[in-house]
Design a protein around this ligand. Structure first.
Ligand code: ZN
Length: 597
C-alpha cells in the first residue's frame, strides 16, 4: 500500500517548490506575457503549445490536453507515483516526511519488506568486498573489466555458498526468518529454510524511489540457470521494473533515448564506459509496462541485442512492443557472439558507439532479416505480415500511417495492396486491437466512455474518439462554471439538479464525484470547490482525469459578473434534455471541428 501524506504536507511541498524551476529541468521555457511557453514534453510538436503559469503554479498543454501542478509534472516526466514525486520534491526542502506520514498497516509491512532487502543488500556487498568467499567473484568481475567504482555504485554483492549463511546473518541483523521468507530471501524446503541465492553475484533491483524491491543473481561459472530473480510479490514485479532506471532516468530524459540491454552486467559495462542512459530488463522479455516506463522518460529506445538468431527474434518482438506503446525503437545488432559487456571489453567504447550509431529502424530490420533468409517470396511475405500486425496494434493514427508507408517503400508494395492486407490482419487480431485502442493517457475525450446501458442521458452514437465530442464540450463548460464559482452555489445547484445524469467520460464522472465530496465537507469559511478539487487531483493516478481538470482550470478567467448558478443550471438542462435524433447527432458531428475541451 502506498504511503498517504496529509494535505498539509502536500500543500507545503507545492508552496515551497517553484514549478518554473522544476519544469525548466526538462523543458526550455520562454516568457510570453504572464506565462511561459515551451515545447510539450508529453507529445511531440514543433511549435510550443505547452504553457506554465507561475501565478497559479500550474502547467497545461493545448496540444494534448495534459496539465497539472508541480507534483503532477514530476510524476509524468519521471514516471513516478504520487508519493514518490512528493518524496523527491520534499527532499531539497528539508521536510521530514516520516512525521507527516499517515501510517497504516500495509505501510508497515512495506517498510519491513524494504528493510529486509536493504539489510540483505549490505550483507551481500560486504561478502563481496570483505569476505574470503567473495574472492572468486571479485576475480571474475575484475577479469571482465569491471571497476570497484561501478560495482559499488550499483551495490553489487556476492551470495556465499552456504545455505544457512544469509538466514543467520539476517537474524543477527534484526530480520527474522518470517520476514526473510516473505521477502523471498530464504525459502522453506523439506529440511528447513535455505538461502534462495547461493554462489551468485547479486544485483539489487531498485524501484524508481530507490528502494530495493528484489534481486537478480548471476552465476560465475557454467552452472544453470545462469540468472535467478526474486519471485514476484506484492512489492516486486519483474515485468514492471527496469534494472538501473532509478539511476538512469535523468540521463534518459536528457538524451531523449533509453538504451535497453538484456543483462545486468551489460548495463554496468555501458555505465562504466560513460554511456549512462541505459536500462536492463530483469530477465524478462520487454513488456508493455516496461515500454510505458521508458515512454514516460523518453520518446526513443535503442534495443541492443545479440546478433544471433535468438537475439534478433527478441529484438523484433521488443520493437513491436515499443511501437505499440508509442516509442520510436531502433535496433542495434551486435556482432554474433558478443553482448554489450563483451564488446566493450574486447573492442572498446569506439566499437560500441559505432554499433549504437548504426542502429536500424524496425521495417529496415525486418527487410534485412528477410533478405538474409534468402529474400524469397515466402519470407518477405512473412516479414510484411509482421510489420502490418505491428501497424494494427499502434495507437497513434499518424505513426500508424507512417509505418505503413515505410513498409510499402521498403518492401516495394503499393498502398492499395497494403491497405487490403491490413484489413486482413486486422480481422485476425480483433481481440488485440480492442485492447490497445483504449489509450492509457491523453486527452480526456479519448477516455473510454461508460457502457451505453449505464448512460440513460448519453448519446447512442460514438464519434471519432468514442465519445460524442460536442457533449464533452458542454460538460466541460458545465464544470467550468461549477468550479468558477467560489461561493459554491453553482456546485450545490449542480448537485441538486443533476438527477440521474451520467456524464460521458470517466474523467467527468470522477470530477462530479469530487464535487459531491466537497459538498459533504463544506462549511462556512471552508475551501472553495476549486481549491478542494485542486488539493488532490493528482493523487488519482489517472492522467485522463488530470488532463480534464487541467483543461477546465485553464479557462477560469470569467468576466466578473458571470452568473455561475444560472449558467450551470442552463447547461445542465441542455444535457438532461439533449435530443437523441439522427439530425442532432449529425449536427453535432458537423459542428465540432476540433477536439478542444
Ligand atoms: Zn502536449
Amino acid at each position: 500500500m502506498a504511503p498517504v501524506f496529509s494535505p498539509d504536507i502536500i500543500a507545503r511541498v507545492k508552496e515551497e517548490t517553484d514549478i518554473v524551476e522544476v519544469v525548466r529541468r526538462t523543458v526550455a521555457l520562454k516568457p510570453a506575457g504572464s506565462v511561459l511557453k515551451g515545447l510539450c514534453p508529453f507529445h511531440s510538436e514543433k511549435t510550443p503549445s505547452f504553457i506554465v503559469t507561475p501565478a497559479r503554479q500550474r502547467y497545461h498543454c493545448f496540444g494534448c490536453a495534459t496539465g497539472g501542478d508541480v507534483i503532477t509534472f514530476v510524476m509524468e516526466t519521471e514516471g513516478l507515483t504520487f508519493p514518490e514525486a512528493v518524496e523527491i520534491l520534499a527532499r531539497p526542502l528539508d521536510i521530514d516526511l516520516s512525521s507527516w506520514l499517515q501510517e497504516d498497516e500495509g505501510e508497515g509491512e512495506r517498510r519491513a519488506f524494504h528493510r529486509a532487502n536493504e539489510t540483505a543488500t549490505r550483507l551481500w556487498s560486504e561478502a563481496l568486498w570483505e569476505d574470503s568467499s567473495g574472492q572468486s567473484a571479485r576475480d571474475y568481475l575484475t577479469k571482465r573489466g569491471f571497476t570497484a567504482k561501478v560495482l559499488r555504485d550499483f551495490d553489487v554483492g556476492w551470495a556465499p555458498a552456504g545455505s544457512q549463511w544469509l538466514g543467520e546473518q539476517l537474524q543477527q541483523n534484526g530480520v527474522d526468518a518470517e520476514l526473510a521468507q516473505a521477502a523471498d530471501l530464504v525459502r522453506r524446503g523439506d529440511h528447513g529454510t535455505f538461502a534462495y541465492f547461493r554462489r551468485r553475484i547479486i544485483f539489487p533491483i531498485r524501484s524508481i524511489s530507490r528502494q530495493v524491491t528484489g534481486f537478480g543473481g548471476r552465476v560465475i561459472d557454467t552452472s544453470e540457470p545462469k540468472y535467478l530473480n526474486s519471485a514476484d510479490s506484492t512489492y516486486f514485479s519483474k515485468g514492471k521494473l527496469l534494472y538501473g532506471f532509478d539511476a538512469s532516468r535523468m540521463s534518459i530524459a536528457r538524451e531523449k533515448t533509453a538504451i535497453l540491454v538484456e543483462g545486468y552486467l551489460d548495463l554496468l559495462a555501458l555505465v562504466q564506459a560513460g554511456i549512462p542512459n541505459v536500462v536492463a530488463t530483469c530477465g524478462t522479455a520487454f513488456t508493455i509496462d516496461q515500454a510505458r516506463l521508458v515512454r514516460r522518460g523518453a520518446p526513443g529506445v535503442l534495443l541492443v541485442f545479440d546478433g544471433d538468431k535468438a537475439g534478433l527474434k527478441a529484438a523484433v518482438r521488443s520493437a513491436d512492443v515499443a511501437l505499440r506503446e508509442g516509442l520510436e525503437p531502433r535496433i542495434v545488432r551486435l556482432p554474433a557472439g558478443e553482448d554489450p559487456a563483451s564488446l566493450l571489453a574486447n573492442q572498446g567504447v569506439a566499437a560500441m558507439t559505432q554499433a549504437l550509431r548504426a542502429a536500424e529502424g524496425y521495417i529496415p530490420l525486418l527487410k534485412a532479416l528477410a533478405d538474409e533468409r534468402g529474400g524469397g517470396r515466402e519470407v518477405s511475405e512473412r516479414a510484411v505480415r509482421q510489420a502490418l500486425s505491428t501497424v494494427v496494434g499502434m495507437k497513434d493514427p499518424l505513426r500508424r500511417e507512417y509505418l505503413l508507408q515505410e513498409t510499402g517503400e521498403v518492401f516495394g508494395l503499393g498502398k492499395e495492396i497494403l491497405q487490403a492486407a491490413l484489413a486482413g490482419v486486422r480481422r485476425e487480431q480483433p481481440r488485440f486491437r480492442r485492447k490497445t485502442e483504449a489509450p492509457e493517457r491523453g486527452p480526456a475525450l479519448e477516455m473510454t466512455p461508460p457502457e451505453p446501458s449505464a448512460q440513460p442521458g448519453g448519446d447512442r452514437r460514438r464519434l471519432k474518439y468514442g465519445v460524442p465530442l460536442q457533449r464533452g464540450r458542454i460538460e466541460a463548460d458545465l464544470f467550468r462554471h461549477v468550479l468558477g464559482d467560489d461561493s459554491g452555489e453553482a456546485a450545490r445547484a449542480f448537485l441538486a439538479d443533476r438527477g440521474d445524469l451520467v456524464l460521458s467520460t470517466p474523467a467527468a464522472q470522477q470530477l462530479a464525484t469530487e464535487i459531491a465530496a466537497w459538498a459533504a465537507v463544506d462549511k462556512p469559511g471552508g475551501q472553495t470547490p476549486q481549491a478542494y478539487v485542486e488539493q488532490c487531483w493528482n493523487q488519482t493516478g489517472d492522467a485522463g482525469y488530470r488532463g480534464f481538470v487541467s483543461s477546465i482550470l485553464h479557462k477560469e478567467d470569467f468576466p466578473e459578473r458571470t452568473e455561475f448558478v444560472k449558467a450551470t443550471t442552463d447547461i445542465l438542462q441542455r444535457l438532461l434534455q439533449a435530443p437523441r435524433g439522427r439530425d442532432a447527432v449529425r449536427a453535432e458531428a458537423q459542428g465540432s471541428g476540433g477536439q478542444e475541451v
